[in-house]
Design a protein around this ligand. Structure first.
Ligand code: NAI
Ligand code: MG
Length: 347
């Protein structure tokens, strides 16, 4: 038996950090079934070469031949490019990876870190403004642009169930629903009410009775995140708020280069560092590989390979605690490879 892992490094530092995650997985030996890696393409560079950002072949191979995948980062342009559409947003939809789970934890005093942060952002991953239904028209006073923001009961319910499950599995059992229902009472109102009603569903059958539910408007949630991040345990949010909150939360523990995620559905899981392609440091060999190694750990944990996942996390935590081999984002002077080697030595 082998574990078939699709690898999609995509663009920029994705190409530098995904190989590090691969090397770390390989170092686990028999803690996981013999890993088999399948290289797949997607991204801006793929688009400029072939005219397609997410080749159908990549989706087909992920569906048919892979047990899981690791995705790096794409360099999506900030202007409209005809025919281009972000492949990561498309992949999440194609594979119905409806939950984006992003743990943010402080493990050791590194520069810029707040102590006692131990939270998980659970981001709805398929709708909200990311349905990308945008139109531009010309009105009486010039150009007008509109975007559809889709919130459904179905997607809100399943992300709510995922969030309650997670909250219930943690010591504090606290779930905070993030929304802006005071202004967007119809869309965010539906999200809020649907998530709130999860414990009353017949299938919940009392299992979330221990979970404390609280809620917070998204703007003041960011404020609280900066002032007293330790109060949060599990935060569940619609797609856009979850995206913004998790980058903000990353600043609390020192660097985006530390924060992993998984995109999870009912039948597939894809690990992905929260950061983007980091054009400012691309090609310099100094990208922090820890977010990607931790994403591999989260992916393995989701698949039930707890021992392998624990070993990866423990090795990474030890490197951070020792504080000797760190990349420049953590005020160190080491390279991607030196951090990887430090992790491999412990493994
Ligand atoms: P970014 O996350 O790429 O970079 C933000 C800052 O964090 C930069 O200063 C960067 O150097 C630093 N950083 C990020 N990851 C790091 C790491 N592993 N080690 C050390 N430093 C790290 O966000 P930005 O600059 O807003 O976006 C750049 C490109 O990435 C854009 O084209 C954007 O579309 C794309 N992007 C892709 C994502 C994905 O593939 N899921 C997610 C976010 C952005
Ligand atoms: Mg983001």
């Amino acid at each position: 038996q082998s574990l078939r892992i699709g690898l999609i490094p995509a663009d920029g530092i994705g190409k530098e950090v995904i190989p590090a995650a691969k090397a770390a997985i390989l170092a686990l030996g028999s803690d996981i079934p013999k890993p088999q890696f399948i290289d797949l393409s997607a991204g801006w560079e793929t688009f400029t070469r072939t005219g397609v950002a997410l080749p159908q072949e990549t989706v087909d191979i992920l569906r048919q031949d892979c047990d899981c995948a690791l995705f790096g980062s794409v360099s999506s342009p900030s202007r409209k490019v005809v025919g281009y559409s972000s492949p990561i947003v498309a992949l999440r939809k194609e594979l119905d990876l409806y939950a984006n789970i992003r743990p943010v934890v402080s493990v050791a005093p590194v520069v810029g870190e707040k102590p006692s942060v131990d939270l998980i952002v659970v981001r709805e991953n398929t709708e909200c403004l990311y349905v990308k239904q945008e139109v531009q028209t010309v009105g009486e006073h010039g150009k007008e642009a509109r975007a559809t923001r889709l919130i459904t009961q179905r997607a809100s319910q399943r992300i709510g169930q995922m969030a309650f499950e997670l909250a219930n599995s943690r010591p504090r059992k606290l779930l905070t629903i993030i929304h802006k229902s005071n202004v967007l009472s119809i869309t965010d109102g539906l999200f809020r009410e649907t998530v709130r009603s999860v414990p009353t569903l017949p299938e919940a059958n009392g299992k979330y009775d221990q979970v404390t539910i609280s809620e917070q408007l998204v703007d003041s949630a960011v404020y609280r995140l900066f002032r007293e991040p330790e109060v949060f345990d599990v935060m569940v949010a619609p797609n856009l708020y979850g995206d913004i909150l998790s980058d903000a939360a990353a600043a609390l523990v020192g660097s985006l280069g530390l924060i992993p995620s998984i995109n999870a559905g009912d039948s597939f899981v894809m690990g992905e560092p929260v950061h983007g392609s980091a054009p400012d440091i691309e090609g310099k060999g100094i990208a922090n590989p820890i977010a990607s190694i931790r994403s591999a750990a989260l992916m393995l944990r989701h698949l039930g390979y707890t021992k392998g996942a624990d070993r990866l996390d423990t090795a990474v935590d030890q490197v951070i605690r020792e504080g000797k081999v760190l990349t420049p984002d953590l005020k160190g002077t080491s390279t991607t490879n030196e951090v990887l080697e430090a992790v491999l030595r412990i493994l």
